[in-house]
Design a protein around this ligand. Structure first.
Ligand SMILES: [Zn+2]
Length: 226
């Protein structure tokens, strides 16, 4: 039987797809209905969803919670509680886990030892409307229950693009370049996703990489228990 992975705050299944490729049976939970989610899905509260019956857990607590509310230094429920709550909960579960979040000082404080992944590590990218190849610059932090070596980020000083907002932005230069929706799907490797699903998503390449190592952690745990 394939190990079962619980995909908390799953959105449209970018992360889930990578774990499925790594060999997991994936079950997603999200507070919003997610008709595009490619695997078994349950609508519900991911902050309290039962972990029973799962071999591993991935969680992506919504970044709005942090980047917005932590800026005000607030820390009670509803204002930045979700990430620390999730870290504590998964640590206490004893299950192998991965927790993902955006890169910021506040997030780093809650995820000590987190590693950073970038599209440049996996050859992700797409052409802009002028036909220039742009590397997907998408820095995300991952706290894992297992040790991990990561490749180097090589996006610095190169032509890059991001996935945020709506429509192509910054093709004439300026601060940041954002891919148009179709190119965003290509750069993320999420052809089934909506524009917002891409904006909030994790490229499957990231979690396929993490999932292979997570799988080793699950199999080691099973061997110890046997
Ligand atoms: Zn990078």
């Amino acid at each position: 039987m394939k190990p079962r992975l619980l995909d908390l705050f799953c959105c449209e299944g970018g992360a889930g797809t990578g774990y499925a490729r790594a060999g997991f049976d994936v079950v997603g939970v999200d507070i919003d209905s997610q008709p595009r989610y490619p695997y078994e899905f349950h609508q519900g509260d991911a902050s309290t969803w039962s972990l029973v019956g799962f071999d591993a857990v991935h969680a992506s607590p919504p970044c709005e919670d942090h980047s917005v509310t932590m800026a005000f230094g607030l820390n009670d429920r509803g204002t930045g509680w979700l990430l620390p709550h999730t870290v504590t909960r998964l640590r206490e579960s004893g299950l192998p886990f991965v927790i993902e979040n955006v890169e910021s000082k506040a997030v780093r404080a809650h995820m000590p030892g987190a590693i950073r992944l970038c599209g440049s590590m996996f050859g992700l990218g797409a052409e802009d409307s002028r036909g220039n190849w742009r590397i997907l610059r998408r820095h995300r932090l991952f706290l894992t229950s297992f040790p991990l070596l990561v490749p180097a980020c090589t996006c610095r000083g190169r032509l890059v693009g991001g996935v945020y907002g709506h429509g192509e932005q910054g093709v004439n230069g300026g601060r940041g370049y954002g891919f148009a929706a179709d190119r965003a799907r290509e750069a993320m490797g999420m052809p089934w996703a909506s524009r917002d699903g891409c904006t909030e998503g994790i490229p499957p390449a990231y979690t396929e990489f993490l999932g292979e190592r997570l799988m080793s952690a699950v199999l080691e745990r099973r061997a110890v228990a046997a």
